[in-house]
Ligand binder design. Sequence first.
Ligand code: SF4
Length: 719
Amino acid sequence: MEILQRIEYQPARVSGGYTDRILRIDLGARKITIQELPPDFKTKYTGGRGYALRLIWDGTTAETRYDSPENILVMASGPLGNDPGFPGTGKFIVGTISPLTDTFVDSNVGGHFGPILKLAGFDALAVSGISRQEVVVLIDGDASTISIAAAPAYGQEADEGALSYGENLLKVLNGGEFGDCLAAVTAGKGALHARFGIINSLYFDRKRNRIRSKQAGRGGTGTVMRRKGLRAVVVRSGLSKGHGNNPVDREGVRQAGSQLKEVIAKCDPKQFHLAAWGTTGLSEYMDKFHLFPVNNFQYGHSRESPKLFAGVFLDRYFSKNMPDGCYYGCNLACAKGAEGIELTRGPKAEKVVSVDGPEYETVGAVSCMGIFDAHFVMEYSWYCDEYGLDTISTGVTTGFLMECYQRGFLTAADVGYPLEFGNIDAANRLLHEIATDTGFGKVAGQGVARCKNWVARNYARRNGMSAAEALAELSKFGMEVKGLEFSMYITKESLAQQGGYGFALKGPQHDEAWLIFIDQVHKELPTFEHKANALKWFPLIRTWFNAAGLCKLPWIDVRNPEAANTPEPAKNIPTLDLFIRYLNATTGSHKKLQDILDDSERLYILQKLINLRQGKGARANDQIPLRAMGPAFLNEYAARADYYDEWLQKELGNGELPASREERHRLLLEKRREAYQQLCDVVYEKKGFTSAGIPKRETVEKFGLLDEQADKLLKQFGL
Ligand code: SF4
């Protein structure tokens, strides 16, 4: 490997969960710098998302775009990442300015990269600049060196996929065999071309004896990585991962961790079955409650959905009785995988591969295209990972374009072939075109928001109408907010999840407020007030998980039996108490629940300020497509007419319904629009925002965020 730049360093020891160091790499200047953090940095910004937010706030401007040299790609675990004594501690976040939203986005991902980065001496890695040639970064805690090297070419193809490339790299760097002292992040060629490129987090799984992958899927982080000329980052540390955080109170960590592991072992087999089914178990729940996205979110249920239920993946694909934790110590072990899958389509047809997943979101992305074929799900999952494409954005964009075709906005001549719902060959062809930037993939790879504009202009030109008129119609079913595609839940019947998606600072991703289950399945948010309160509380607690370096699933997907005895079981406070004990035992703090909510609120407001600066932070940016609020078109209304009529009748105080279906449909949508606007008013008030969705000056001041930049920004909004 040709070394272009190398420094020697002394890896800092992790103590109480922190190293108090950030590694900064400027690829343009080939400069490697170690930044010592002042003591109050961790107090104010916790770690993970918090660190990424602060670095982006300070290091970028309103003019920064995803491909600007000053854009920063941050990878950071958090103080609680990396302790196998507690479940779910392999997580780290990747944060940057997104190619889809033009504002901050982060994605939470598992694997060993975050923990090993810490063991190699860094709380975060921040990469800026653009390299003229493709490079890899090697952070070697064992050799005490950090290097920028020319990206090696492996195999016969000039540009292998993210999985193959990373596997080769890890094997070569480990002397020809795999080992768990090394981990890597990579992005494939699809990430170079499409705006929704992902970063794969690769790690060695001893039980499967192969390299596995998890994905930082949302918002185009992989696109940023490839545009920087960065093919991969590899971290190495042979230090023991057991008690890798050097906690202040080791016994306290052990006790809290074993109690949570006990809850998981007892409850998961009776609740979500995540250890057995992975997240694919959600398909059946979602379909049963009309929340499963079918044909671009037109319908929430299909007779064909059972072909995509967990049992199918379990019987045909998943390895049986394999505990699949994405990091040591996680007995929820939802990271299912499959071996010996033969590809039947695409450029690698006949190749036999291992597949990591599929996750529920990938299954939903396929039903979103009207496809109910489990083998296609496996192939789609593998190709997206190999190419470096987000399965969600790829599926939602394809589903949107299929609906454009269904409604006559697109023709076969525009696309090059008929793009109907349920057409596997068409979906498959478009996937490969997106990855290779060929054919209609050049349009589709831009994501829903930009596709809407392209289709509107094209359709308007052909039909002698204004593009604005066409765009208004397309915006009813173009499933994006702030430029990010919806993740895979139908929100039409859940006002709480409508807010969960609309207010989500990075765009409609369930990671900020996954309220659909407690609202629609458990029915634990019965009133408007419950929903509005949940939209303040849940995003804050979820923000904390993203800052601390933790997986949320052991908290939100396993209900502690003791929660039933608390006033709000949905918050699962008894399990949260275990997390807080883990925090205090690791760092030596004495925090209570309200303290961590306050810590999170500071980060939440900082993210809101970045959104404002980048032009995505006001009420107008929180508006959701009509389809997210209700049946956008009559065919959707007709598919559940009895349900909608009953709903409307209740809304009208059991008054008489209009005679015509068209009028009932119109009235229903009017009520839904009103409810969403009312929700905006109430939730903004609770969050300390003006009715325009802007944080009030006192809110910013309360969290110590009123620096010169924030002051200037607020003045622009008359505050
Ligand atoms: S619950 Fe699943 S995603 Fe979360 S840490 Fe465990 S294996 Fe990884």
